[in-house]
Design a protein around this ligand. Structure first.
Ligand code: ATP
Ligand code: 3PG
Length: 397
């Protein structure tokens, strides 16, 4: 970490406007934050800066909006952040421009405000210098505390670091230190569990991961795409049919790299995507045309647990099933508990990351038993692949 400027190097911030890029992209259910891990991760940096008299302006994206979308406003999340911090948090309805400048101009030393979703701006994901300059007008200093968004070279995650004095926040610093300690030189065999719903963005990662791990356990929507690629009829399951060729390429690469790929052979299916939907456990070849695969089946989970017992290191991103909807949480909970028990027994180093993955581990009651739980999903996987993360690189001293 010596290569990065941190809050230890930031000097006197009293009265200075500090733009803090946090990751407030938290899971929501029924309009409420269902897991506040990322908000708690943002707390040390925000509190430290506010206590030192800075005017703290929190920047973040939320979801993947196409332009302005009231459903993806950060307003409700700023209230949740206030609860976590135990402090008053204001909300500014823009992240740049005259209205934002006026609102920030009225803030006093030690006050905190969240600015509106940076992805409402077309220039955010393009890292547009004009947007970078407009946001930079609001601040004197920039602190990046969003390791989980550091794989994006966006205006708020990368561009700002080039135009304002830039520092790593406490959460960013802790993530980099812990990941290096746990996974810098992982003990083999290494298993990776990759599940969840972001199939297209994670397929790229798998392509690189197969040459680095000994066991690749594929679950969630990811598994459906691989099963379909192998000719299985997955019915109405979440599946990216246009990526079947890519999936086959990954399987071939895994084979060449002697990486064992584990795909479910029994699955839990339902006709509706809702809690307690009528369901049945079937062989993957027996999924009905009107059914969805919502979880890995119990026989496959037992085999996965056995495979895990032979491993020394585990990296986990993405739940094995639709864990928010009981009983489709069963596979994720069972494998998480096996991993936690192995970690507690000292035979496994377990590192997990991902917004929903962390929520799933909390749901299983085992997050504290893992060796390290990262707030990051995609960024965590790219770090694991050995890729340079633009948001981290831009902070190098
Ligand atoms: N078989 C399935 N069908 C539909 N959705 C599924 C299935 N399995 C898992 N999911 C959904 O995947 C979502 C989580 O996927 P996601 O890829 O976002 O994981 P994550 O841990 O949040 O990683 P990241 O931080 O990279 O987003 C959950 O909402 C879960 O319901
Ligand atoms: O949830 C995440 O992994 C981060 O917040 C990044 O979100 P993104 O994948 O939409 O860029």
């Amino acid at each position: 970490m010596a290569k990065f400027r941190t809050l230890d190097d930031i000097g006197d911030v009293r009265g200075k406007r500090v733009l803090v890029r946090a990751d407030l992209n938290v899971p929501m259910q029924d309009g409420k934050v269902s897991d506040d891990t990322r908000l708690r991760a943002a707390q040390p940096t925000i509190a430290e800066l506010a206590d030192k008299g800075a005017i703290v302006l929190v920047l973040s994206h939320f979801g993947r909006p196409k332009g302005e979308d009231p459903m993806l406003s950060l307003s409700p999340i700023s209230s949740a952040l206030a609860k976590v911090l135990g402090r008053t948090v204001g909300f500014v309805t823009e992240c740049k421009g005259p209205a934002a400048e006026q609102a920030v101009g009225l803030m006093a030393a030690g006050e905190i405000a969240v600015l509106e979703n940076t992805r409402f701006e077309a220039g955010e994901e393009k890292n547009d210098p004009a947007l970078v300059a407009a946001i930079a007008k609001l601040g004197d200093l920039y602190v990046n505390d969003a390791f989980s968004a550091a794989h994006r070279a966006h205006a708020s995650t990368e561009g700002l670091a080039h135009v304002l004095p830039a520092y790593a926040g406490r959460s960013m610093q802790a993530e980099l230190e812990h990941l290096e300690a746990a996974l810098g030189e992982p003990e083999r065999p290494v298993a990776a569990v990759v599940g969840g719903a972001k199939v297209s963005s994670k397929l790229d990662v798998l392509n690189n991961l197969v040459s680095k791990v000994d066991h690749l356990i594929i679950g969630g929507g990811m598994a459906n795409t691989f099963l379909a690629a192998k000719g299985v009829d997955v019915g109405k399951s979440l599946c990216e049919h246009d990526l079947k060729e890519t999936a086959l390429g990954i399987l071939a690469k895994a084979d060449a790299a002697r990486c064992t790929v584990h795909l479910p052979y029994d699955v839990v299916v339902a006709k509706e995507f809702k809690a307690n939907a009528a369901n049945r456990t079937v062989n993957v070849h027996e999924v009905g045309a009107d059914e969805m695969i919502l979880d890995v089946g119990p026989a496959a989970v037992e085999a996965l647990s056995d495979a895990l017992k032979t491993c020394r290191t585990l990296v986990w991103n993405g739940p094995l099933g639709a864990f928010e909807l009981e009983p489709f949480d069963a596979a994720t909970v069972a494998l998480a508990r096996t991993a936690a028990a192995l970690t507690e027994a000292g035979s496994l180093v377990s590192v997990a990351g991902g917004g929903d993955t962390v929520a799933a581990l909390n749901h299983a009651g085992v997050a504290d038993s893992f060796s390290f739980v990262s707030t990051a999903g995609g960024a965590f996987l790219e770090w694991m692949e050995g890729k340079a993360l633009p948001g981290v690189e831009a902070l190098r001293a």
